[in-house]
Ligand binder design. Sequence first.
Ligand code: ATP
Ligand code: MG
Length: 565
Amino acid sequence: MADRIETGGPDGGEPADFIREIVAEDLRTGKHAEVVTRFPPEPNGYLHLGHAKSIALNFGVAQEFGGRCHLRFDDTNPTKEEQEYIDAIEFDVRWLGFDWGRHLYHASDYFDRLYDWAVLLIERGLAYVDDLSAEEIRGHRGTLTEPGQDSPYRNRSVEENLDLFRRMRAGEFPDGARVLRARIDMASPNINLRDPVLYRILHASHPRTADRWCIYPTYDYAHGQSDAIEGITHSLCTLEFEDHRPLYDWFLEHLPVPSRPRQIEFARLNLTYTVLSKRFLLQLVKDGRVRGWDDPRMPTLSGIRRRGYPPGALRDFARMIGLAKRESVVDYAALEHCVRDLLNRSAPRRMGVLRPLKLVLTNYPEGQVEEFPAVNNPEDPTAGTRPVPFSRVLYIERDDFMEDPPKKFYRLSPGREVRLRYAYLITCREAVKDASGEIVELRCTYDPATRGGSAPDGRSPKATLHWVSAAHAGTAEVRLYDHLFKVPEPGAGGDLLAELNPDSEQVLTGCRTEPGLDNLGAGERLQLERLGYFCVDADTRPDRLVLNRTVTLRDTWAKVQARGK
Ligand code: ATP
Ligand code: MG
C-alpha cells in the first residue's frame, strides 16, 4: 500500500510513536518491503496486562502497515513450560482480537538449526564448553566496575569442544555438569558479552520435542536467531533487553542467518496496585490466595475477562498510553476509564438490589401488577426498552434509606418523598424494626398521579432509586472487587504478600434482580443502574446466578484529568 507508506503514519497522519516512526521510515526507504513482527511469549504462565500491551503493539503495527505478526512460543525451558499455558496464550491473543493466521511458530522448531549454528561457532573458535558450575561462572563474571575472569576451560581446542558438546547432546553428562558458552570478551564493559551461556544440560522432557534433547538453548541464544529465521524485521521488546542488544547483534554478525532483524526496546507497562510478573502470579495461584489464574482480581487476561473487561477496552487502553522509552507507572484508573467508556456505550441497563430492604406500598392494590417500559441503553436509542413489573412489595437498596439522615443525604427517610425509577413518587411513612432494632421493612405510600415518575404539579424529588418487585425478582450472588494490593506501588516495601489487600473480594448473597437476568450466559455484561457494570460469572448455574462487578460507575480517572486542566 504505497499511499500509506508515503504519508508516514499508517492512516495518513503522523506516526503515533517512535516505533511506528521507525517502521514507516524503513518501508519508505525500501529497507523492508513488508513489516514482520512477532509476539514471543514463554509458555510458563498465563498472559497478563503487560503482555496485552506488547500484543497490541506487535499485532497492531503489523496490521496498520499491511505486514504480519507471528505468534512464537519461546519454549526453551521445558522444566517450567506446560501445554495448559500454550493453549491459554493462544486463546487470550485471539480474544484480544488478533490473529497470527498460519504463522504459529516455536523456538523448538529451530532446535536443530540452533545446534548446527552452535557447532559452527565452536569451529570458528567463538564458543567453548565450560566445566565450571553455575556458581563458579557467576563468581568469574566480575561486576559493573570490575572485569570478569577467564574460565580455565576457555582455551580448549576446537576438537575437544566439538567432542564435549556432542557428548553433552548425547546425554553423557548430568544436569549442570557443563555448559556451552560464547567466547566473546570477559572484560567487556557489558556483562552480557562476558562469554554468555548458550546451552545448558537439562534432562527434561519437552512438550513438543519430547526426549529428543537433553540440552536446551538459552533465551539470548535462541531469540535473535529465531527472529532471523522467521524474517522478523522489527523485534520489539521491553527495556530490560536493551543491554542484551549488543549480544543479539553479535550472534547475527557471526552466524550465517538468512535475515537481519532489528531489536527495538520500549518501556514495559507498570500499573498502580498491580504486579505484572508471571512468576509472582503463579505463586498466588499455587498458594491458593486467589481462585486461580482467572480470578477476577488477577491482572491476567483470563482474570480480567472473567471480571468482564471487554477486549476492545484493552486495545483502547494500549492506544491511550502509547509507547515510551522510559519506565513509568500508569494509574490503574486509566484502564478502568477505558473499560467504563466502552461498557457505557454497549452494556444493557438492568435493575438489581445488592442489599435488599423490603418496601411495602400500603395504598397500592394487593395483587395488582403494572409494567413500566425501562430504557435498555440511553447511549443507544436502537437498544429499545423492556417491560419491568411493579407491584405492592418491592426491594430497594438498604443504603438508600436512613432513619436519621445527615444534611446531604437526599434519599429515602421517614416523611421524605423520592422517585422510584420509571414508576412513581413514593413517601416513606414508617420504618419497621425487629426485636434487635434492625430495620426490616419500610411502609410507604405512592402517589397514583405520578405514574411514570413525574408529578402533574411539577414537584421533583432530589433522589431517584432503583428497585425490584419482590414477587418477580430473581436471586443472585454478587462478587464485588477491590484492588488485589492495598498499596499503589506493591513491592516498593519489600514483602508483596504482606501488601495483599485482605478486602479485595466481597461476596454478597441474596441479592435480588429484575426478571430475565437468569437467562444470561456466562460472560455476558450489563449495567446494574447506579451500582456499576457487571459480568455473569462462569460459576453461574441454572438455579444460581453469579455476577462479578467489573467496575463501578464512578470515574476517578476523568476527575483526575479534569483537575489537571
Ligand atoms: P513475566 O516477567 O511476567 O514473566 P516475561 O517478559 O518473562 O513476563 P514473556 O512471555 O517472556 O514474559 O513475554 C512475552 C513478551 O511480552 C515479551 O516480548 C515481553 O517483553 C513482553 N512483556 C512482558 N511483560 C510486559 C509488560 N509489563 N509490558 C509490556 N510488555 C511486556
Ligand atoms: Mg520471560
